[in-house]
Ligand binder design. Sequence first.
Ligand code: NZQ
Ligand code: ZN
Length: 396
Amino acid sequence: MQFEYQNPTHLIFGAGSLARLGEMAAAHGKRALLVTGGGSVKRNGTFDRALSSLADAGVAVSVCDGVEPNPRLATVKRGAALAREQDCDLVIALGGGSVMDAAKVMAAAVFYEGDPWDMIYHGQPEPYVPTRALPLVTVPTLAATGSEMNCGAVITNEGTTEKSFVQAACMYPKVALLDPELTTSVPKDQTAYGVCDLITHITEGYFNGAGNTPIQDRFAEGVILTAMEYAPKAIANGNDLDARSQIQWAATVALNGWIQSGSGSVGFPVHMIEHTVSAYHDIAHAAGLAILNPAWMRFAARRNPAKFVQFAERLFGLPGKGSDDLECALAGIDRFEAFLKAIGCPTRFSDLGIDGSLVETYARETLRIMHDENGQLPAIPPLSEADIVEVLRAAL
Ligand code: NZQ
Ligand code: ZN
């Protein structure tokens, strides 16, 4: 086992932490670009509380609101232009993953004369990896993506129907302020999607890793089990602060690099396929994952059931007869899918009104954006275009 791990983000966790926004922002800048979404933070009072904490600390604010779910390139450009115009020296993201991702790319785009799309990995031979960005403070209002404490961002190019990612060390937030009280207003469907997203971040590493990673496996299983225990509580009662806290912490650790470190994970195939489908249909990211992940799991388990048997045994207490017990592996996947359905996630594309007419296009586009030296999508096993089509068809 060989790996390196470094995550420079200063994490502050706990109900009421929003009050420390001004103090944390003032440590990194004097004039902030405050990035928000479509209005939830204004309706629930979070925005005003953030403004007042910033004013108390003497931090001036320029507001870039209206970041849409599946944030668009035009929005990134608008925010970067505003930050330049207003001489901002700091970016604050107050919202879900879409707001945080858009804010990250705005923070880097301020220093880049070209098109920010150059930074997003979309199959170009030499993506431009930014090395400089304004300091960023993230205040997530939805537990899902883990964007608050990682260096990735996912952007949609509405002009070319592409959705893809950038990862750059300069985009690590300086501070992530996690106040689970801010997530109590998240509606039931988005709460369920968030849980599905965080679990999928973990399963991608768990099932596409090198094997013989007992510590990483136990981390992964522990976080998934905790998320599965608390999700129904948060959905039944949005104000259950304990449940909201556990889920928010789970979402952050699921994608801050810790669980993946040392797992030898080769790829994020379900995410790569989902991003393409999202580019075409503008669906909620984890609604797409809930549909695709079980379909991909069945595909991969039929090729090699061993890790799926472990998943079935340890998460659902299903006794496996050995590491090649496909029946047990598939039963575990069925139980996982039933959990997703029970918390309110869609589990077939037909639930979202998406038919199979474009499956070949999704497969081709996914591979155009990401492929290994054999032209296949990195995963265990690697996926050819025909394999991706098979997974997509099983999800219809
Ligand atoms: O826009 P507002 O009005 O704020 O409403 C949002 C939005 O409609 C709402 N919401 C957020 N906080 C709320 C709330 N509603 C009520 N109360 C609150 N406290 O929820 C809706 C969805 O928000 P969004 O930010 O789109 O959701 P999420 O956090 O799931 O982010 C999804 C985006 O992140 C990307 C996805 O692809 C997608 O574009 N991802 C980013 C990753 C990363 N940077 O590491 C990894 C992920 O795998 C993912 O790909
Ligand atoms: Zn995700």
